[in-house]
Design a protein around this ligand. Structure first.
Ligand code: NAD
Length: 367
């Protein structure tokens, strides 16, 4: 039997509540699809600070280095809010993890099930068809990291601030490869988003993406769109997109736009993939819900476990190549929603179930 090895880092707030559901779902899926999970839990975030004095304890990092993927909950909360910014759980845990595993590719599926269309701020005739778009964002390059990056005082007393947007072909090629592989598992359509009418980096981006897709898989339908148009098209007609491929800053904005049109944070998963391959010949990845620790509902047993469960499905797909098992989990979540079961965040005033009940319903639909 295939063994899949990953660490689970539940973190703070609702993290442990939703993580336990995801682990149960993974175990059941393994029974049906012929794999076993070898996983250990480790402290990260606020609980890391409390128990080890660090948001990312060395023991947690070492454990992550010995496996093929990380299933992450979420970190932070009021208890740690007054720490200096550098020691805050999110920054002090997620940034070093991104760095340690060179997580350069961020995948954010934007899924809105038609049954939940009312949660979307989009017009009902647009939302009622549901949304299924995957945003692939370059995560380690571009304007957030380019040098020079500084602020100086000019001779006339004004201040001048500089950020630099830099991309190299290698960085564009490796993210395009991720998008091509992801598109191959979907409708084989990529829309690459840039600002090639203004930016040099975008001209290089467009050219490199075109060459790379042509070389890797010419059967992919590739289009290009300026970012301002993409932001509009995403709210006018999101389903014209299958995979949206873009650089760091544009992806930061568009992936949040995609999240908001999908209605609920409790439903959205994400994946961050690293360079190189793990022991299964797939990318090492960190998989986490898009939302945070939800301190307002933590400990009450009412959190929506879907985002964490769907993150586990992404882990099976991208870090272990278990596509059928990933689809089985995604379908189980879909069927559960279709059956009318709702946690509070998606109930819109109707009766709601708790985390465990939602989890059991998903579990019973793994086929
Ligand atoms: P949040 O995502 O935790 O909560 C925003 C709203 O969404 C809340 O009303 C919350 O109840 C709801 N929500 C989120 N996930 C839900 C779920 N699974 N089920 C039901 N409802 C859900 O964002 P916030 O309140 O801005 O942040 C709270 C804490 O989380 C902060 O400390 C923040 O730094 C941290 N945070 C961590 C991450 C991460 O670990 N990656 C991401 C975002 C925020």
């Amino acid at each position: 039997m295939k063994i899949i090895r990953f660490t689970n880092l539940p973190g703070d707030g609702i993290g442990p509540e939703v993580m336990s559901v995801a682990l149960e779902v993974l175990e059941k899926t393994g029974e049906v699809y012929g794999f076993a999970c070898e996983t250990t839990a480790h402290d990260v975030g606020g609980i890391g600070i409390d128990n080890h004095g660090k948001a990312l304890p060395q023991s947690t990092l070492d454990a992550c280095k010995s496996v093929d993927a990380i299933l992450f909950g979420s970190v932070g909360g009021p208890k740690w809010e007054n720490l200096p910014p550098k020691e805050q759980p999110e920054r002090a845990a997620l940034l070093p993890l991104r760095k340690a595993f060179e997580l350069f590719a961020n995948l954010r599926p934007g899924n809105l099930f038609p049954e939940l269309a009312d949660l979307s701020p989009l017009r009902s005739d647009v939302a009622s068809a549901g949304i299924d778009v995957l945003c692939v964002r370059e995560l380690t390059g571009g304007i957030y990291f380019g040098q020079p990056k500084n602020t100086r005082t000019l001779e006339d007393g004004q201040k001048e601030a500089v950020d630099t947007m830099v991309y190299r072909t290698g960085e564009i090629q490796r993210i395009t490869e991720v998008a091509v592989k992801a598109a191959a598992l979907r409708d084989k359509k990529i829309c690459s988003v840039d600002k090639a009418n203004v930016l040099e980096t975008s001209i290089l981006w467009r050219q490199t993406v075109s060459e790379c897709v042509q070389k890797l898989d010419p059967s992919i339908e590739l289009s290009h769109m300026y970012v301002d148009n993409a932001a509009m098209q995403l709210v006018r007609n999101p389903n014209q997109f299958d995979v949206l491929l873009t650089e760091n800053m544009f992806g930061d904005i568009l992936s949040d736009e995609l999240a908001v049109i999908c209605g609920s944070l409790g439903m959205l998963a994400s994946a961050s993939l690293g360079t190189g391959t793990n022991s299964n010949n797939f990318p090492f990845g960190l998989y986490e819900p898009a939302g945070g620790t939800a301190p307002d509902i933590a400990g009450k047993g009412v959190a929506n476990p879907c985002a964490q469960v769907l993150s586990a499905a992404l882990m099976l797909r991208y870090s272990f190549g278990l596509e059928e098992a990933a689809l089985a989990i995604e379908n189980a979540v879909k069927e559960t929603i279709r059956s009318g079961l709702r946690t509070g965040d998606i109930a819109q005033g109707a009766p709601a179930v708790g985390t465990t009940e939602m989890g059991s319903a998903i579990l019973s639909r793994i086929a």
